[in-house]
Design a protein around this ligand. Structure first.
Ligand SMILES: C[S@@+](CC[C@H](N)C(=O)[O-])C[C@H]1O[C@@H](n2cnc3c(N)ncnc32)[C@H](O)[C@@H]1O
Length: 207
């Protein structure tokens, strides 16, 4: 939890309380339904919560914007972002129903009013969104094919629409294959821990 405060010192007391509860909630739910690797529960705040919040270092969602988290698993990056941006609506989807059960249980225990969750393949999700976030789901080319019709045609407060995808390593080949314009943001520019050395946020604008 301290690592979250190190990089986000201005959290409200409510947000601090919500982030603090995540350890107990994920320890409990992960023992029943595997949503993060067992050894990673000890590193929950660094490898899952802070990693998810890398998106918040790169982009500040406008209030009332709508964000879809594709392949959220147990709620990453959607749950940490929903705590960070309480005035933004987050819809979290995953093709595995028991993972969505974990998301619903965690969101309900925290009382997050800005989170909905759906057991569905991304390709079949209806609705329009201002942003799509994701981590560790698939290569960018098929990902874009799944979600390219899901953007609002307008931009919120004249901000761009787009994808914010947490990825690691050398992505040149994958992004060339996707043939999309993109910006690459290194999380090592924000977080000094070794874990973030190769981690990036890929922003694909859709304006
Ligand atoms: C490696 S896990 C990552 C989960 C989460 N994003 C995280 O970082 O902890 C990939 C997730 O994508 C989901 N997934 C794969 N293909 C999908 C699809 N077509 N639609 C929705 N979810 C999908 C899987 O069920 C799985 O939970």
């Amino acid at each position: 939890m301290d690592i979250i405060l190190k990089y986000f010192p201005d959290l409200t007391e409510k947000q601090k309380g919500e982030f603090a509860q995540l350890l107990d909630l994920y320890t409990l739910w992960n023992s029943q339904i595997n949503v993060i690797s067992r050894k990673d529960v000890d590193a929950l705040y660094e490898k899952h919560v802070l990693h998810s919040l890398g998106i918040a270092k790169v982009y500040q969602f406008a209030p009332n914007s709508k964000v879809l988290d594709v392949g959220t698993g147990g709620g990453f990056p959607g749950i940490p972002l929903a705590i960070m941006f309480p005035e933004v609506q987050f819809h979290l989807v995953d093709s595995i129903g028991k993972k969505i059960k974990v998301v619903n249980e965690v969101a309900e225990a925290l009382g997050l009013k800005n989170v909905t969750a759906q057991h569905e393949r991304a390709e079949n999700v209806k609705g329009k969104y201002d942003f799509i976030v994701s981590r560790a789901v698939t290569r960018m080319k098929p990902f874009i094919a799944w979600i390219h019709q899901k953007f609002e045609s307008r931009s919120i407060n004249s901000l761009d629409n787009g994808i914010l995808y947490l990825k690691g390593g050398d992505l040149e080949e994958e992004l060339n294959e996707a043939k999309c314009p993109y910006q690459e943001h290194l999380l090592a520019d924000f977080f000094e821990e070794e874990f973030f050395e190769t981690k990036k946020v890929i922003y694909v604008p859709f304006s």
